[in-house]
Each structure stands twice: as C-alpha cells, then as structure tokens.
Design a protein around this ligand. Structure first.
Ligand code: V47
Length: 367
C-alpha cells in the first residue's frame, strides 16, 4: 500500500504524482497532512495573494432539452416558471452590472430548443457595443457543442464567430465528472467528457482561455475525482489554456438524483476540503489557480479552503440561479469589502484580478 508520507515527499520534491498516488491522497483521512502539503505547494507556486473578480452572472434561459439528473435549474418550455430573457432584458442586467463596475460577465444558459445561433452572436455584439471593455466569459463547452449542432457549423467555426462577436473566454462548466459510464446516467443528452475536452482544446488553439470544473459529491467515487483531475493535467500539458480549476459541490435538492434516491446527502466539510487539497497537490504547476466558488461551498468553508490549497475565491456574482435552484443557502452576491475581509482575516493578501488573472489592485496586505 502506498504511504501518504511518501506521496507527500514526492510532491514536495517536484515529482509528478501518478494515479495511484492520487487515489492514496483521496482515500486518506489525514486531512491536516493533506492541507499542510497543499498549503506548502500553493505558497511555493503562487504565494500569499488570494484573487477575486468583480463579476455578474447572467443565466439567459432555463429552458433546456438536456435534462441532466444533477440539475434543478432546467425547465420544459411549457413549465410555468420557464423563462428566456430577451436581449433588452439581458442588457438591463448588463447595465446594472456596469453600474457596479464589474469587469466580467459570466453568461451561461442551457440547450434551448428554439433560439437560433444568431441570438448568441447578437447578445455578445450588443453588450460589447455598449461596454467594449467588459470581459465576456460565456457559454460552456456543452453549449458550444449544442450551437454547433443547431447552426450546422463546426465547433471551430462557432467559436470563431463568437470570438468575432466579442467572446473573451469560456467558463469551465459542463465538465461534470469525466467518467463516461457515469455521464451516461447523469447527463446522457449532453456533450461527452471526450468532446468537452476536444472543444476546450479547439478553443485554446484559437487563443481563448478557459476554466475547468468538476462536479463532486454525487455518485462518483474518489477515484473518479482523481481521474478527472489527471485528465485535465494531461490536457493542460499540451494546451496550457486552463486558467483555473473549480471543484463544484453538488447540491441535491430538487434534482432527479435525489428523487431517484441515488444521492441523499451533500459532501461534508471534510470531504470538500480534502478535494480542494488533492486538487492543489495533483494540479500544482499545471493549473495554478484553484478556485473556491463560495456560492457552492458556503462563505465560511470557502475562507477555510484558503488553508487547503485554494488561492482564488471567485467573485461578487450578484445573481445565481443554478445552485440556488438546487437548495444553495448562500446569498447570491458578495461585496468587494466582504471578499477582502474574508481573505485578509485568513492572513492572506487580497487582490482584485481580471478574468484572465492579471492583478488589478492589491489590498493592504495580510494582517
Ligand atoms: O456545469 C449543475 C453545476 C455548473 C448543480 O468557469 C451544479 O468561472 C451543484 O460551471 N449542484 C455551472 N452544481 C457552474 C459553473 C461555474 C461556476 C462558477 C464559475 C465558473 C467559471 C463556472 O454547475 C454546471 C454543473 O456542473 N451544477 N447543477 C447542482 N445541483
């Protein structure tokens, strides 16, 4: 059996960890050791600065043909609470965001059966016409594949047309968990893991940066998580296009997974911190930004995760629908002041970043 101390030594010597090392880490209950190791690797690679972004999320529609078993956000066209925002309604939200001085819009929706591809191009063009300096991070790889299907264009053409219309980067959603057998149960109507990766590779070749997520705490095993992270590490060696890894804590309320009795609980704090620490240990030097999406971890655990390999706390968000449809108890927005307080009280240096991780402003320094 692999000893966790040996894996730690290997990691500290800068040796690349393999799958079995990863399994040993993820199977370990020695959270303090994992945390200390992740913290040391984080300190060596990115230092004490913890970044955040001033952003606003916009979910343009909840009407979706994909119907993933983990999702509580989607609706059928005829459901009473189904919605699709018009371009004018989207612009109203964009202007609200503009007034808050956000630098980033995070725009994702679903697989809408009727909207033409031109709707998405028009959306980007209208935003950019009024706010040429705002960064638009929009459309998951799953949406990109869907746009390619509805437009009859290749993924590359779709991405190029969106870039021409003002797309700045891709968010990391839709990755879920790469195990294809599980995906057949969880999201059979959506992009496969392999396709997700291929779309990201194409995007990176076109010069777009992207993030990568992993949805965890549902039916996956600890080994599935490790394999997911290692697939990202291998892809990153070639493309270098992933800017951040964001483990997303599964919320079961109102989902098929809960209704079918396949998931009854949510990942515990222990499990969440362990997953962050293992992500840092396996990805350090490859994807150096490990982000806590506080909407899904909760604010307090997000703050503690800063001792478990995390160096980035997402942003102001303003409006969040996906996790809240599934029972998230967090607020939907966090002020810049609160982000700064969480970070500095943890003894770290808060810094506002752009979407592409340039530092805009460093705040005061740690206590
Ligand atoms: O892909 C869906 C997840 C993702 C649930 O790249 C759920 O900057 C928990 O990707 N419980 C969308 N999670 C969110 C996302 C994201 C968020 C913040 C920042 C970035 C970024 C990306 O939400 C989906 C899916 O994996 N999700 N349902 C649920 N019940």
């Amino acid at each position: 059996m692999i000893k966790i101390g040996d894996v730690a030594e290997k990691a500290l010597n800068g040796e690349e960890l393999n799958k079995k090392d990863g399994y040993a880490l993820m199977r370990s209950d020695n959270l303090l050791l994992l945390g200390a190791l992740a913290d040391e690797l984080r300190r060596n690679s990115v230092g004490d600065v913890v970044t955040f972004v001033l952003n606003r999320h916009i979910n343009y529609t909840n009407i979706c043909t994909s119907k993933c078993a983990f999702c509580a956000f989607y609706r059928d066209k005829n459901d009473p609470d189904a919605y699709t925002l018009s371009l004018d309604e989207i612009m109203k939200k964009v202007r609200e965001a503009g007034a808050l001085n956000v630098t980033e819009l995070h725009i994702v929706g679903s697989h809408h059966p009727d909207l033409p591809f031109e709707f998405y191009e028009d959306m980007l063009r209208r935003i950019k016409r009024e706010y040429p300096n705002i960064h638009i991070k929009a459309f998951t790889a799953a949406e990109i594949k869907y746009f390619s299907e509805i437009s009859g264009s290749s993924v590359k053409e779709v991405l190029q047309r969106l870039i021409d219309a003002g797309l700045g980067s891709l968010p990391g959603g839709g990755a879920e968990i790469f195990n294809e057998k599980l995906r057949k149960k969880l999201c059979p109507n959506k992009v496969s893991g392999k396709e997700w990766m291929r779309i990201m590779k194409t995007a990176h070749l076109l010069g777009l940066k992207s993030n990568a997520t992993m949805l965890f705490g549902h039916v996956e095993t600890p080994e599935d998580r490790v394999e997911h992270m290692l697939k990202l590490r291998e892809a990153q060696k070639k493309s270098k296009g992933f800017q951040a890894f964001i483990p997303l804590v599964f919320h079961p309320q109102n989902t098929q997974l809960l209704k079918m009795g396949l998931v009854k609980t949510q990942a515990t704090g222990f499990d969440v911190l362990k997953t962050f620490a293992v992500a840092r240990i396996l990805l350090n030097g490859y994807i150096n930004n490990i982000r806590a999406y506080w909407i899904m971890t909760g604010k307090k655990l997000a703050q503690i995760s800063l001792n478990y390999g995390v160096n980035d706390l997402d942003g102001t968000v303003v409006e969040e629908r996906i996790a809240h449809a599934a029972g998230a108890a967090t607020e939907e927005r966090m002020s810049k002041e609160e982000l700064i307080r969480l970070i500095s009280e943890a003894g770290r240096t808060p810094a506002q970043r752009t979407t592409t991780y340039e530092i805009l402003k460093i705040y005061g320094g740690a206590k």
